[in-house]
Design a protein around this ligand. Structure first.
Ligand code: AMP
Length: 111
């Protein structure tokens, strides 16, 4: 989608630190990490947020979460997955993405 930051990253027009890619999903390190492991996992097809995510896309994202967790070495220690949606959800980039956070003991606080 024109003028979408994450679409430009997926297209290679804006540099990123890529972690994983397959035909449906792209994953790269968050530019402002909130944990030692902070990876953004995004569908290659632009949708704004989780409200527009169909079952195929959800499956691809979920599989990619597992792949990235294994690649980053947090599959056994554990991690957190978050997808912010809309204004109250504090979503700043309007391209569906999942945050994978780990590499440290996360707090129980979620907000
Ligand atoms: P959200 O607030 O859930 O929309 O998350 C957007 C995330 O994108 C934030 O955690 C930002 O730090 C991250 N971000 C913004 N620009 C970039 C970029 N160019 N490369 C990597 N991550 C980015």
């Amino acid at each position: 989608m024109k003028d979408c930051l994450f679409c430009k990253i997926i297209a290679g027009e804006i540099p990123c630190n890529k972690v994983y890619e397959n035909d449906k999903v792209f994953a790269f390190r968050d530019i402002n990490p909130q944990a030692p492991v902070h990876v953004l996992i995004v569908p290659k097809t632009h949708v704004d947020n989780i409200l527009q995510c169909d079952g195929d896309m959800a499956a691809a994202l979920t599989e990619a979460v597992g792949e990235v967790a294994r690649l980053e070495g947090v599959d056994e220690s554990g991690f957190r997955v978050i997808s912010n949606c809309g204004s109250d959800g504090a979503q700043s980039v309007k391209h569906l993405h999942v945050h994978l956070l780990g590499g440290v003991q996360l707090t129980e606080k979620m907000n």
